[in-house]
Ligand binder design. Structure first.
Ligand code: SF4
Length: 178
């Protein structure tokens, strides 16, 4: 039987969810035998591949690069899981939303707060184009499951992955809103 093609990726997040993934410790070696890890910061693959079965996606959508990556993941993945509270709700990444537009955020960050040589970086490609509003993943692409937490505990990640590998429903716990 072929192994599940498994990926993790991150958009606008702090990488803390991936740190929790690393907290799976020696079980990561088991995971490497149970699934085929085709895209993840812990392997040296630059391009998100085709035909991925399950992807954990950390982070919110805050800029055009995130949006493009989210769409690519959706196009190439059977089960997309919002991994951590930034992907699920916007969380810390969305704390800039009350400041207003992307322009306001750039001015606050690069002109008002720095004491040395304040300037908004202008070189082509040096900054991804910020969106005016940070959005959770499910506002940009269809999402099949949610692993909430900041970060999700390693035990929850393992429980979810064991369920998927065992052929169970590929949907993690759904957060409750309101
Ligand atoms: S959910 Fe928490 S740990 Fe994960 S990327 Fe966001 S801030 Fe970092």
């Amino acid at each position: 039987m072929s192994r599940l093609r498994f990926a993790t990726a991150w958009l606008a997040g702090c990488s803390g969810c991936h740190m929790s993934f690393l907290d799976l410790d020696e079980w990561l070696a088991d995971l490497g035998r149970l699934v085929e890890i085709v895209y993840c910061p812990i392997i040296d693959v630059k391009e998100y591949p085709d035909h991925v079965d399950v992807a954990l996606v950390e982070g919110a959508v805050a800029n055009e690069d995130n949006r493009e990556m989210a769409r690519r993941i959706r196009d190439r993945t059977r089960v997309v899981v919002a991994f951590g509270d930034c992907a699920v709700t916007g969380n810390v990444t969305a704390m800039r939303n009350p400041l207003g537009s992307a322009r306001t955020v750039l001015e606050r960050s690069y002109l008002e707060l720095p004491t040395l040589a304040p300037a908004i970086p202008a070189a082509p490609g040096i900054l991804p184009v910020l969106e005016d509003r940070v959005r959770p993943l499910q506002e940009v692409i269809a999402v099949d499951g949610f692993l909430p937490g900041c970060p999700p505990p390693a035990g929850m990640i393992r429980e979810f992955l064991e369920g998927v590998i065992a052929g169970g429903p590929p949907v993690a716990r759904r957060p409750r809103f309101g």
